[in-house]
Design a protein around this ligand. Structure first.
Ligand code: MN
Length: 350
């Protein structure tokens, strides 16, 4: 298990020199943020980022994310040009020594919360999702979703949603299949493992189709192409937001198939209505048994990358909600501790 940390580049309020001080930190998960979606990531930009990260003694082997253009998800006529660009980005990343590319296939919004600063009893603030709150949101009046205020102009959003009105789950899955058939062989040749992130939350919202929500969806995904390069990002907090998803069992099933290349480990507290809030990582702070999930990763001989996913804002830290230094550092230390204990005392020999 290689512990990693998301870093959003020079504009990230958390400096790399602080991340390197977290015990057991292997590497950085990042992306090229100034290339428009659908265009090729140039080698010189990837090289420059890698040099910067490596100069601090950290590895740079995981990308999160190379975004998939909406026209690919919609199956529009210009998708072949966009997919060719995606293939070239994958080749360039492989040439620079990257190993894993996280991506997602969620229409329009790649994650949804109804609050970015819900106050918890201990005074920390956190990201939360409320079904009632989300039902009140009328997207036809434009964007009023926390975290997404400037992504689309109201008329852009309206026309994008209209385009999706004729895309159901089967169509979206056809478009994902088309994309993977083109990209996975290139990833194989480039030494890259593709790792799809599940839908967050893993249910239909705003009437948009969602196809990476549960065990059945994941099984269909990996069967599209039988290759380790067609793999998963196991996000415990996303999948765990639906109680039917047993995250530990999903780790055992897809981990033993060698399809989990990257794991986002965070805890959430879920209620019966499907509302949830992101909690501290420790098992008894939320609804997920983090120790069991880490043990399952160990039992399937997981040797991929892990990162503490989101964190609360604590100790007066300000910055990007979910991506402060302090609580994610606590998460990394806790997860490394679980792994060390399992490694040392596990009776399972691999
Ligand atoms: Mn995640």
């Amino acid at each position: 298990m290689k512990m990693s940390f998301q870093w959003f580049g020079e504009s990230d309020p958390v400096p790399l020199r602080h991340i390197r001080q977290i015990p057991g930190m292997h590497g950085i998960v990042s992306a090229i943020y100034d290339v428009p979606v659908g265009e090729v990531w140039p080698i010189d930009k990837i090289e420059a980022l890698k040099t910067k990260i490596e100069s601090l003694g950290l590895a740079f082997e995981v990308i999160e994310s190379v975004p998939v253009h909406e026209d690919i998800k919609l199956g529009k006529a210009n998708r072949d040009r966009l997919i060719a660009n995606y293939q070239q980005t994958i080749r360039n990343l492989g040439r620079c020594g990257l190993k894993v590319v996280c991506y997602n296939f969620m229409p329009v919004f790649d994650w949804t919360r109804t609050s970015l600063d819900k106050v918890m009893p201990d005074g920390a603030t956190t990201l939360a999702f409320s079904t009632k709150e989300v039902e009140k949101i009328d997207l036809s009046k434009g964007m009023s979703l926390p975290g997404w205020d400037s992504s689309y102009k109201p008329e852009e959003l309206r026309s994008l949603l209209a385009e999706y009105s004729c895309i159901d789950e089967e169509k979206l899955r056809d478009h994902l299949t088309y994309f993977l058939n083109a990209v996975v062989p290139v990833a194989e040749q480039s030494g890259i493992k593709m790792a799809i992130h599940p839908d967050d939350p893993p249910r239909t919202i705003f009437g948009l189709p969602r196809i990476v929500k549960n065990c059945n969806d994941l099984a269909r995904l990996v069967s599209i192409i039988d290759s380790p390069a067609n793999g998963l990002t196991l996000c415990s907090g996303s999948l765990g937001a639906v109680p039917e998803n047993n995250v530990e069992a999903l780790v055992r099933l897809f981990g033993s198939m060698n399809r989990i290349h990257f794991a986002h480990l965070r805890n959430i507290k879920v209620n019966a209505a499907g509302d949830f809030e992101e909690t501290a990582h420790k098992s008894d702070c939320g609804s997920l048994d983090m120790a069991a999930i880490v043990k399952a990763l160990h039992d399937v001989s997981f040797d991929g990358y892990v990162r503490p996913d989101h964190g609360r804002m604590i100790w007066g830290e300000t910055g990007k909600p979910g991506y402060g230094l302090y609580d994610r550092a606590l998460g990394a230390a806790y997860l490394n501790g679980l792994w060390e204990a399992v490694e040392k005392f596990s009776t399972v020999k691999s």
